[in-house]
Design a protein around this ligand. Structure first.
Ligand SMILES: Nc1nc2c(ncn2[C@@H]2O[C@H](COP(=O)(O)OP(=O)(O)OP(=O)(O)O)[C@@H](O)[C@H]2O)c(=O)[nH]1
Ligand SMILES: [Mg+2]
Length: 347
């Protein structure tokens, strides 16, 4: 063994003990192993899984720059004041423009550094969508097993990603900010449909009341005319006859309300935390928690099977054959469909 490998690779069992024993360094290493999908990641996750199911998982999503990271920081501090521990997973789309998104989050969440009751992990998306939600779920599993009371996942709401993340969270916060034209954006992305709590952040900025009114109007339409149901692990929108909508307007139904915060100075964050905790209690008392857990687990299982199938298929595709096919297709000697059929038939 060379001098460069002075630090021996720890067995998965050693990492598991470290994670369960609250050793931050080993927790960080376990997460890295899971994030990079190293060979013993599955062994690690399998050993940790029996220790999960205690954390309440929060998803925080919204348009770029609405103040999500600042709010997560503020919320984490609020949970700390209430004596709870917090794990944070911040997912940064690797931007060709900023490039330093990871650094940005670290700076923004600096206020949390040095607190042994908080663990922050930033992850770059590197463009893979399905893979992202699997890896995120795995990292959440590790933090849950490590005993964090609340695990907060931040994602930028830019399409399918936030919907995927919503189905891995117990409570989903959608963050808006005044003056970004977000009202329109929100409808487009269907982002309101996944919100359990809507937050208008940057309430110190002009136009905040206009944004709140616009969102409240949209929520009224939402509450009256349609409802999101879960079907085979997917969120579906169903139009509701007015009569039925009236039925659902009982006190057992969760009401999405618009909250107002200034994440930079913590205004409204205590109330936000209370609302999240109210949602958690509602989930438990209404029986909805069991449904969300089913959805989460179904999602996880599907992601794992899909990733493994993908890996197996790619491993068995002959590299040389692929290249030959590409050239043949480029020369229009064959077409992608016929070529794909041939490659698969040869497996
Ligand atoms: N005025 C004001 N500025 C805020 C508030 N919250 C966040 N900001 C600022 O808005 C900028 C963006 O904040 P972030 O927390 O990085 O926003 P984000 O939504 O995490 O951004 P991305 O992860 O890049 O999508 C920062 O300069 C913050 O200081 C607020 O309540 N009021
Ligand atoms: Mg952020």
């Amino acid at each position: 063994m060379s001098k460069a490998t002075a630090q021996p690779r720890l067995e998965a069992a050693g990492l598991v003990q470290g994670v369960l024993g609250g050793e931050r360094l080993l927790l960080a290493r376990a997460i890295t192993r899971v994030e990079n999908q190293e060979a013993d990641a599955a062994e690690l996750l399998a050993a940790l899984y029996p220790h999960t199911g205690k954390a309440h998982i929060l998803g925080v999503t919204g348009a770029p720059g609405t103040g999500k990271s600042t709010m997560v920081t503020s919320l984490a501090q609020s949970y700390r004041q209430a004596g709870m521990t917090v794990g944070v997973v911040a997912i940064d789309p690797t931007s060709p423009f900023t490039g330093g998104a990871l650094l940005g989050d670290r700076v923004r969440m600096r206020a949390l550094a040095g607190d042994p009751g908080v663990f922050v992990r930033s992850m770059a998306t590197r463009g893979s969508l399905g893979g992202l939600s699997k890896t995120t779920g795995d990292v959440v599993t590790v933090l849950d097993a490590a005993g964090y009371d609340r695990v907060i996942v931040e994602t930028v709401g830019v399409g399918q990603a936030e919907v995927e993340i919503a189905s891995t969270a117990h409570t989903t916060l959608v963050v808006e900010a005044p003056g970004l034209g977000d009202e329109v954006q929100a409808i487009k992305a269907g982002i309101l449909e996944i919100a359990d709590v809507l937050v208008v952040n940057k309430a110190d900025r002009p136009g905040v009341d206009k944004t709140i009114r616009a969102l409240e109007m949209m929520l009224e339409i939402e509450n009256g005319g349609a409802r999101m149901i879960r079907h085979h692990g997917q969120l579906l929108r169903v139009e509701t006859p007015a009569a039925m909508a009236a039925d659902w307007d009982d006190e057992n139904r969760w009401k999405v309300i618009v909250m107002k915060t200034v994440a930079t100075d913590g205004t409204g964050v205590f109330e936000l935390r209370e609302r999240i905790e109210a949602h958690r209690r509602w989930l438990q008392e209404s029986g909805e928690m069991a449904i969300r857990e089913q959805l989460r687990i179904a999602n996880t299982l599907e992601n794992i099977v899909r990733a493994e199938l993908n890996r197996r298929i790619l491993a068995r595709l002959p590299e040389a054959g692929m290249h030959g096919m590409v050239e043949a297709i480029r020369a229009r000697e064959t077409d992608p469909y016929t070529a794909a059929g041939k490659l698969l038939a040869g497996m």
